[in-house]
Design a protein. Structure first.
Length: 204
């Protein structure tokens, strides 16, 4: 299969669970003989692409892994254009998107391009996300941040992004029982798209 992995950041940008998840999927799929292309935001050192572990990573100039409001349009447009380019050059069978990375393509081009999108949700639903951040609050300053900036971000960005991801993806993968339950309860209309796939542990 020809597989495109979408992630707004990799371990070249920062080290985190989502970044490691995307690169692990890419490496293991390549190791099984699939052709894998990872598309991500601009590299800090300016490189356009690199190859490691049997797959190629493309870094989109003009984008940022910080994904602030001003960065969004560049990522949505750049990633969709890159998918089209890869489709024309290599053909693509499926897109694996980390969290919300593929929602714009799924909403605007998926039907015409015909490439199914699987969105992998590494966190919880809305309630779980809010509760998780509330549990970190241990000062008045952090409480003020929670009720102002975080609340606004959740309503204006997180909720619409999650809804669009659930609506337009062909499948949505939850990586935990809690994630599966919350997403199903919060978005019952899309419950049929949900699949639960636990993250594996390398016992060696």
């Amino acid at each position: 299969m020809n597989i495109c992995v979408l992630a707004t950041s990799t371990t070249l940008h920062r080290i985190g669970g989502t970044e490691l998840h995307a690169e692990t999927l890419a490496r293991l799929a390549a190791g099984r003989g699939h052709s894998v292309f990872l598309v991500t935001t601009a590299a800090p050192d300016g490189r356009r692409y690199d190859e490691k572990d049997g797959y190629r990573t493309y870094y989109l100039n003009g984008t940022s892994h910080l994904m602030s409001r001003g960065d969004l349009r560049a990522w949505w447009e750049g990633s969709t254009a890159k998918i089209s380019e890869l489709k024309d050059e290599f053909g693509l069978d499926v897109i694996w998107a980390e969290n919300f990375a593929g929602q714009s393509y799924a909403a605007s081009a998926r039907a015409a391009a015909g490439i199914p999108v699987i969105s992998i949700m590494n966190g919880l639903g809305i309630c779980g996300e809010v509760l998780s951040n509330w549990n970190r609050v241990d000062s008045l300053k952090e409480a003020a941040w929670f009720f102002t900036r975080y609340a606004a971000r959740t309503v204006l960005y997180y909720l619409p992004w999650l809804y669009r991801t659930m609506k337009y993806s062909d499948r949505v993968v939850a990586i935990s029982d809690e994630g599966m339950t919350e997403l199903g309860e919060e978005f019952p209309a899309f419950r049929g798209k949900l699949r639960k796939i636990y993250n594996a542990i390398d016992t060696d």
